[in-house]
Design a protein around this ligand. Structure first.
Ligand code: DGL
Length: 289
């Protein structure tokens, strides 16, 4: 089925509805972590497409289709806004999703680009991410729109994803990998580096050590939550209960439960995965075709 059926649905999402977040898998939990820290009164529904991860090596067509289906899944559950937590999906599918679905949708590229343009003094910004994100040049375009004088140096760092999932985030091995990946960006003179992948905040300490104190790291999860907060205010979508105590709703849906999912997920989220649901195949839009 196409995205049309859901996009034609009612704009039911009142301020009391949950925020929807999707990612290719586990990584978007770094965005949820920031969301829960900054907006503790909001309900959150997360969908991790663990059956079809990784997105970072897939084509734009495929990632766009997957993203549309993930959005449908969340829209059916009555979300008031959507956060595309995955950098690869934000880079390749955000515009299509905004055309197809009638709800506020934020990705992670624009917030990261905005923070980097604000932070740079040398006018040289580095971007690291998956092959899909770097190949799409989405950060380059977003930065050029904000300030065409800023030069962008980018590099895919695919090994950071398994290192983060293995919990191999400090010590000799990740440092050597980081040194290898970052060498051309550092010799180009970058003073700001966008961590353009959901997994990279876990390696922040190692990346900072290798890059040196002169390089400002931009955590796109933190910047995205800033934009979410602004959007909720301007659209008057903040949860009416504000910060007063109530039973908040946090649900984590996944399309598969791979080995060690809970352990790795909780490391990314920084807390217990309270309600983890392995979605029944019949509830996944892509099985309805
Ligand atoms: N979530 C992806 C991203 O931020 C990384 C993992 C993947 O390749 O799917 O680009």
């Amino acid at each position: 089925m196409s995205g049309d059926r859901d996009s034609a649905g009612p704009r039911t999402r009142g301020a009391a509805a949950p925020i929807g977040v999707f990612d290719s898998g586990i990584g978007g939990l770094t965005v949820v972590r920031q969301l829960l820290a900054s907006l503790p009164g909001e309900d959150v529904l997360y969908f991790g497409d663990t059956a079809r991860v990784p997105y970072g090596i897939k084509s734009k067509e495929t990632v766009t289709r997957f993203s549309r289906e993930n959005t449908q899944f969340l829209v059916r559950r009555g979300i008031k806004m959507l956060v595309v937590a995955c950098n690869s999906a934000s880079a390749m599918a955000l515009e299509s999703l905004r055309r197809e679905f009638e709800l506020p949708i934020l990705g992670v590229i624009h917030p990261g680009a905005t923070a980097a343009v604000r932070a740079t003094r040398s006018g040289k910004v580095g971007v690291i991410g998956t092959q899909a994100t770097v190949g799409s040049r989405a950060y380059d375009r977003a930065i050029a729109e904000l300030d065409p004088r800023v030069e962008v140096y980018s590099r895919p760092c695919p090994l950071f994803v398994p290192l983060a999932e293995e919990g191999w985030i400090q010590g000799e091995v990740p440092e050597r990998v980081a040194a290898e990946y970052l060498a051309p960006l550092l010799s180009a003179g970058i003073d700001t580096l966008i961590l353009g992948c959901t997994h990279y905040p876990l390696l922040e300490a190692t990346i900072q050590k290798v890059a040196g104190d002169g390089v400002t790291l931009i955590d796109t999860a933190v910047e995205t939550v800033r934009e979410v907060t602004e959007l909720l205010q301007t659209e008057q979508l903040e949860h009416p209960a504000g910060t007063s105590p109530r039973e908040v709703r946090r649900e984590y849906f996944v399309s598969d439960v791979p080995a060690e999912f809970r352990k790795v997920g909780e490391r990314f989220l920084g807390r217990e995965l309270e309600s983890l649901v392995w979605v029944d195949q019949d509830d996944l839009p892509w099985y309805e075709r």
